[in-house]
Design a binder for this molecule. Sequence first.
Ligand code: OXD
Ligand code: MN
Length: 606
Amino acid sequence: MSELGKCTTTNPALLAWVEEMRQLCTPASVFWCDGSQAEYDALCNLMVEAGTFTRLSDDKRPGSFLARSHPSDVARVEDRTFICSRTKEEAGPTNNWAEPEEMKTRLRAMFTGSMAGRTMYVIPFAMGPLESPLCKVGIEITDSPYVVANMRIMTRMGQSVIDKLGENGTFIPCLHSVGAPLNDGQPDVSWPCAPDPANKYIVHFPEDPSIWSYGSGYGGNALLGKKCLALRIASTMARREGWLAEHMLILALTSPEGKKHYIAAAFPSACGKTNLAMMQPTLPGWTVRCLGDDIAWIRVGEDGRLYAMNPETGFFGVAPGTSRQSNPNAMATIESNTIFTNVVQTPDGDIWWEDMGVPAPARGIDWQGNEWQPESGTKGSHPNARFTAPAAQCPVIDPDWESPAGVPLSAILFGGRRQTTIPLVNEAFNWEHGVFLGSSAGSETTAAALGKAGVLRRDPFAMLPFCGYNMVDYLRHWLSLPGKTDRAKLPKVFFVNWFRKSDDGKWLWPGYGENSRVLKWVCERVEGNGKAVETPVGFIPSADALDMAGLDLPAGNLDELLSVDLEGWRKEVEDIVAYYTKLGSDLPESLTASLAQLQQRLASAS
Ligand code: OXD
Ligand code: MN
């Protein structure tokens, strides 16, 4: 790696910050990343030698690697995530807060000497196309080569960003350490981290803005461009600057007649955003193209419409459950040049996970590095195992996915995993009602964050873990949009639920490619001609409104999916009231009015 790792910036602020961090963290050396293929290859080789990476077979998965994390370091750590705004009030009722100077003092102590014996990598990265008006530059300093390799897939990284910064450009400093300094001669481990959860800190300082992350090497805790910068910090900038940073996929849907609509959708973590974003429609003649699967930056365009842009360049998708049936385009995307984390290694040099749609290998090595057989009675891959793959490899990537201006939205969807009550699809009466639906979104929890799975968690706009400021102000910001543009130009808002179950526990709706039937109706509504009935909860497709040609749904399922369960909704309302109470007394009046109106409509419907 002799010619790699050299510093090429003359930006004095950047040089000064890196030097300050070098003195704080005392690494053995400093390596400036240029983002080249040669650098990526060299770092992957280094990780293969260190045991962090296993190279997969060139016949099976060319250019791909498998990593296994420490068993304590497998998901985002929400209880160790902090928003250190000036006041607790600014962080709001849903975020952990600590006084910024106190937190910095604590962090400085932890980072002191934290990179001893390791290389400090300097990663220049951009979120958003470099020419986009919304593009934000970050510099991540990390002692993890795994983070460098993932950041190269997930962001625009390297020399082009140094060039964009030039002499005077500004950047968001993002400091990361796995928190495992090496004493002289101490052997390294394959996945260094701070195993004690109390020693992990994912900390955001919105006023700087800056990010400090200590103790974890996994996903959103460590790839600081993603959840930390592009959502938590970006949401605070967006509020100030009048745009939106959202936990949303972006897709384009084209009808057989060639009419194209762009749709953004917010679902909580691990609710199938990646599946929907690159779905293969079952409806003949319809196509879906993908623009992003996790984050959308949205602004009012010159024509008054909302334009969405994906700030990332890769997919960090949940592996278990991904199959040719659930997501054929993801399976094609990950055929090569992909990093897999915490999945099963098969004897032929490939990978496998639960519900991959192919038979399990007779034996393999599980995500913890142990010999494993399907009969072992344990899961071979971790439920939050991931693939990191370049978006450009997706066979249905939209030609405009890197458009600096973004794409104009026709519709916004909210959703979550809800076994009961919430219908298959429900259209908001207007923008304010749409914000109400987004604010009361909830989902039965999954493995994407540490904590108990399967309980209903309210997750407004799917932003609960990602909103970098007071959630109540965030809701107010959404409500301010009709004041920023012509209301008629705003996208229509819908709430969808692919996850309904019958009383005997069977799925009522097949999901995946069949969701194109719902998206078709969404487009029809946008164009003003989809059939709907007005119900107490919103506009729901009338009995014959969804195109069901070729889908043999068991009798009664559609009725159940499109009916309003008054009893269930009354319980839902009680739960929303309780959640709103937790958010505090300062809730925008529009939301409490929407809730009261819903209550009234339900009462008069009985
Ligand atoms: C993710 C998440 O990794 O939302 O995208 O947890
Ligand atoms: Mn996500």
